[in-house]
Design a protein around this ligand. Structure first.
Ligand code: NCD
Ligand code: ZN
Length: 345
């Protein structure tokens, strides 16, 4: 068993940085370990236009502490009013690396998302032409569909029809949570990628609900049965090019999590790499952490792999800080439920 592993500096292909005081507090935790991140556009109001993405990028760079290097890869929030020309211009300038599809009402700040997929056909066709990826929050919002089935139903009812109707569209299935999604992804060509979060490799739905309700484990898509967690672990540690890391680190203050109707999201930025090293070590796949965290994502997004190295090593068990303080209140860091033994050097 190896006690250390060195990889090219990783990237996070799905991240929520928020804005204002929260942005300032959480950004250093990502920038400490990750060279780049695909930054989600679900602010209030959402980042819809190229101009809004440019302004948000400036706010992120302004919040970056001196001496830290980090490149935010910007995304646009797809609405039924999105202008294909604006999307194409934002892509051509190098500013925008993906467009994000939220079915309206699917998750945090998704009210401006898509209800009628026919209304975004023109944008999707343009994206297929120019090779700009569509990142999908893959859940239907139909109240008659059980929340644990919403991802599998999305694949059949929305994702597969969109892909068939838009040949050449490059799609990322974001934060997949089911064996159904793993199987679907494996059966497609290289125009389809899938991100997997850290927390979905650790928790199943019992962790949220058995023996008391644990709001800090509640996120969307919600964690599923154990068999799905195991399928995700197998996919993430397989080294297969279509699977890569998107932490979906989604900070909310404890005040907003610990409510009768609390927010969805797990905040994993500070301890993601340590947890991942532990998972890959347990699976006998430390040599494939590099594919998952550092190589497969850039390959899909047609960007260079980072040249700077990161080394992780195993040592005495330790507990990561439980909370990060922000001017808006404390944010609880995801607790994997076991002491960490790996750390970033
Ligand atoms: C995300 C958030 O809080 O913005 N929440 C989550 O549970 N993952 C939104 C999302 O990615 O669904
Ligand atoms: Zn997310």
């Amino acid at each position: 068993m190896s006690d250390s592993v060195t990889l090219p500096r990783p990237d996070d292909w799905h991240l929520h940085l928020r804005d204002g005081a929260m942005l300032e507090a959480v950004l250093p935790h990502t920038a400490r370990h990750f060279a780049r991140a695909i930054v989600m556009p679900n602010l209030v109001p959402p980042v819809v236009t190229g101009a809004q993405a440019a302004a948000y990028r400036e706010r992120i760079l302004a919040a970056l502490p001196e001496g830290m290097a980090f490149e935010p890869l910007m995304t646009l929030y797809l609405t039924e009013a999105t202008d294909p020309d604006d999307v194409a211009a934002a892509h051509a300038s190098g500013l925008v690396k993906a467009v994000k599809l939220y079915p309206a009402g699917a998750t945090t700040n998704s009210a401006s998302g898509v209800k009628d997929f026919d209304r975004v056909r023109g944008v999707l066709e343009r994206m297929a032409e120019i090779g700009l990826p569509l990142c999908t929050h893959g859940e239907v919002v139909d109240a008659s569909v059980d929340i644990f089935d919403r991802e599998a139903v999305f694949i059949d009812r929305v994702l597969d029809p969109i892909r068939r109707a838009t040949p050449g569209l490059r799609v990322v299935m974001e934060h997949i949570t089911t064996a159904n999604a793993v199987d679907y992804a494996r059966a497609q060509g290289d125009d389809l990628g899938a991100t997997i979060t850290t927390h979905h490799l650790i928790i199943n739905r019992n962790h949220i609900l058995a023996g008391g309700i644990r709001p800090h484990y509640y996120c969307l898509p919600v964690a599923k049965r154990e068999e799905h967690r195991l399928a995700l672990r197998a996919a993430a540690t397989s080294g297969e090019a279509r699977f890569f890391l998107g932490t979906d680190s989604a900070p909310h203050t404890d005040a907003n999590k610990l409510l009768p109707c609390g927010c969805a999201g797990c905040f994993t930025a500070p301890n993601t790499m340590a947890i991942l090293a532990q998972v890959f070590d347990e699976e006998g796949a430390l040599d494939r952490l590099e594919a998952f965290a550092s190589r497969n994502g850039p390959a899909f997004y047609r960007l260079p792999v980072n040249t700077e190295p990161m080394t992780l090593s195993r040592g005495a068990p330790y507990a990561a800080p439980a909370q990060v303080d922000t001017a808006d209140g404390a944010v609880t860091v995801f607790d994997p439920g076991f002491p960490l033994t790996w750390r970033v050097d």
